[in-house]
Design a protein around this ligand. Structure first.
Ligand code: SAH
Length: 257
């Protein structure tokens, strides 16, 4: 198996988790973009209930908590991330309004119409954009909001190399108008969508990945699967720098009808 022909689906979950636990955030994004998206959400109060799905170690959750009223539950499938998340809650002195729990995004342990806002940076691709939007909708109050980031194509046509890579890694990746249509059909008003600036991938994500990889490789010295995973990540990064005019991350904000 080499980096050219391995696929993301072949790697062991434990390794993926370990790799990303060396990083402050587990997907592209920034505090500025989190706050920009938050600016579109209306009617939050101290009584509001917020849910951050696929919260990871909570980088964006802490920003949200410091800038939005209400209580926030962070949910992630990996207990190790939730452990770090809850350490971050204490570090930021947010115990009164934030807590992390282990759970799966496709089997939410909540009541229907429980939340005023569902947040999901870089996680909906795991369920699929359409499936996630449809399933999560039931957990929002009517008039509640969803705010999430996901990969999207910027152009109608792309070079084959990048199209093939993403087709394999994330078959559901559409263009921005396609995704807006999906959101509308899933029962939301598409309130806004905006493209994350390149810096959210470059200095705020990929460059940190570079550093995290050194630590990860040292821990897993001689482990072929770990080395292959790093090669895969490096290949993904290389492709980004080569083809970043064709795709990126998009913040989408929708209001449940
Ligand atoms: N929101 C964070 C993390 C994004 S990475 C950030 O932007 O930095 C995607 C996250 O989804 C990871 O933390 C991963 O552990 C989590 N995840 C993967 N499968 C999941 C599932 N089925 N349910 C909930 N979380 C999941």
């Amino acid at each position: 198996m080499n980096d050219e022909n391995s696929t993301i689906h072949e790697f062991d979950f434990g390794l993926i988790r370990d790799y990303f636990s060396f990083m402050e955030r587990q997907g592209p994004g920034s505090n500025e973009m989190t706050l920009k998206a938050l600016g579109f959400i209306e009617n939050l109060t101290d009584e509001s209930k917020l849910l951050d799905i696929g919260c990871g170690t909570g980088f964006q959750t802490m920003t949200l908590a410091q800038n939005a009223p209400g209580r926030i539950t962070g949910l992630d499938i990996f207990p190790e991330f939730i452990e770090k998340f809850n350490e971050n809650v204490v570090k930021h002195n947010l115990q009164h309004k934030v807590k992390g729990i282990v759970g799966s995004m496709d089997d939410l342990p909540f009541q229907k119409e429980e939340f005023d806002l569902i947040w999901a940076e870089g996680s909906i691709f795991i369920m699929g954009y359409e499936e996630g939007l449809k399933y999560w909708r039931d957990f929002l109050k009517p008039g509640g909001y969803v705010a999430l980031t996901d990969a999207a194509w910027f152009t109608n046509e792309r070079p084959k190399e990048i199209e093939d890579f993403w087709e394999e890694a994330y078959a559901g990746m559409g263009t921005i108008p396609e995704k807006t249509g999906v959101m509308q059909n899933a029962g939301y008003i598409p309130v806004a969508s905006f493209v994350l600036p390149e810096i959210c991938w470059t200095s705020l994500f990929y460059e940190l990945q570079d550093k995290a990889e050194d630590k990860f490789l040292e821990k897993h010295k001689g482990n072929k699967a770990a080395e292959d995973f790093v090669s895969y990540q490096r290949y993904e990064r290389e492709l980004y720098y080569k083809y970043k005019d064709y795709y990126g991350y998009v913040f989408s904000i929708g209001k449940r009808i």
